[in-house]
Design a protein around this ligand. Structure first.
Ligand code: HEM
Length: 310
């Protein structure tokens, strides 16, 4: 095909940023001299300008310094930008909501511990002091008290989501079992925390709770003896509940949440039951297809990994 010469576009219609700078000696520029816009003296930077530039770069420099030593950016990118299955919806936020509720409990709990006295004679008075005299004490105490119910509700909803979406199946059985232990530990936190104000309601409710534990098969009586820490509910029971509530169970919960999250990141989340698995891109041998396997060692229709559906 014959090519026609392109007409020259007049400079006047070309926007200034796209315009070529005039060559020395053309367009009225004296030969051998740089165009006038290049001759302007460079802007002088004051000490303040330099300081501002250094300040702007400082966070990036600091992050780079840490990253060179931890090599964490690869891990974080993998974790934060991982694929999620098609059909992922709001129900998948229930686990993170439970995690958030736990963090709120941990933070408010630390502040309460600064003013609470775990003694049978002073516990009630210390709670009254938190509520009536400590600045924002009533708010923090209220957040911790209501937050415990919120966490219990959220953990049940999250468990329901994982159950109804079939997320307890292979290869996530271990994560389900860890979840069951987390559920028991969360209930233990709610139960042991209830006694701490040491008022009439918490005293009698704990007696009921300890007696219910005692009705369990085989270990029941030992469990109730362990919780009561003596023949009657009293000062030793309060110390025991405090230690379980403050040290033993939170430590176990933190460790198990770590393992739970590791498995979620490693295995990905399950696609919703109404999303069908895509056909494998590489055709499986006919014998395997007839046997009902899709070539990945999984049954057809299995929803295994987040990356499957994305
Ligand atoms: C402190 C309590 C818990 C926290 C903080 C927590 C947190 C999470 C988070 C953030 C996820 C990923 C997002 C999601 O699917 O919501 C998840 C997934 C999962 N959780 Fe939990 N969880 C807790 C308790 C439980 C319980 C009680 C169970 C069941 C008994 C459970 C079973 C699972 C399972 C099987 C998955 C994988 C879900 C999937 O593959 O789609 N979790 N958890």
């Amino acid at each position: 095909m014959p090519s026609f010469p392109k007409p020259k576009i007049p400079d006047a219609v070309v926007p200034p940023p796209l315009r070529k700078p005039a060559k020395p000696g053309s367009a009225g520029t004296p030969k051998g001299q740089a165009p006038s816009d290049l001759k302007e003296p460079p802007e002088k930077k004051t000490a303040g300008d330099k300081l501002l530039e250094v300040g702007k770069e400082a966070p990036i420099d600091a992050l780079g310094w840490v990253d060179q030593r931890l090599a964490a950016s690869g891990f974080l990118t993998g974790m934060l930008f991982r694929k999620v299955p098609k059909g992922t919806n709001w129900f998948y936020t229930l686990g993170s909501a439970t995690l958030f509720a736990f963090i709120v409990q941990a933070v408010t709990g630390v502040f309460l511990a600064m003013f609470y006295t775990p003694s049978a004679t002073q516990a009630y008075a210390s709670i009254a002091h938190i509520n009536n005299e400590v600045p924002l004490g009533q708010l923090v105490h209220g957040m911790h008290k209501w937050g415990s119910s919120v966490m219990v509700i959220l953990i049940f909803l999250h468990m329901g989501r994982t159950f109804f979406f079939g997320a307890y199946k292979y290869p996530r059985e271990l994560n389900w079992v860890i979840g069951v232990v987390l559920l028991i530990l969360t209930m233990t936190m709610a139960f042991t925390g209830y006694l701490l104000p040491f008022d009439q309601r918490s005293f009698w409710a704990s007696i009921v709770g300890i007696n219910i534990n005692g009705t369990g098969p085989v270990v029941g009586p030992y469990l109730s003896d362990f919780l009561r820490a003596g023949p009657e509910l009293g000062a030793t029971t309060l110390s025991r509940f405090y230690a379980i509530h403050m040290l033993l169970v939170p430590g176990a919960i933190i460790a198990l949440i770590g393992a739970h999250m590791y498995l979620v990141v490693k295995l990905g989340t399950t696609a919703p039951p109404w999303v069908k698995a895509e056909r494998p891109k590489i055709a499986a041998p006919t014998s395997q297809l007839e046997a009902g396997a899709n070539g990945n060692g999984r049954a057809n229709g299995d929803r295994v990994n987040g990356s499957d559906g994305a």
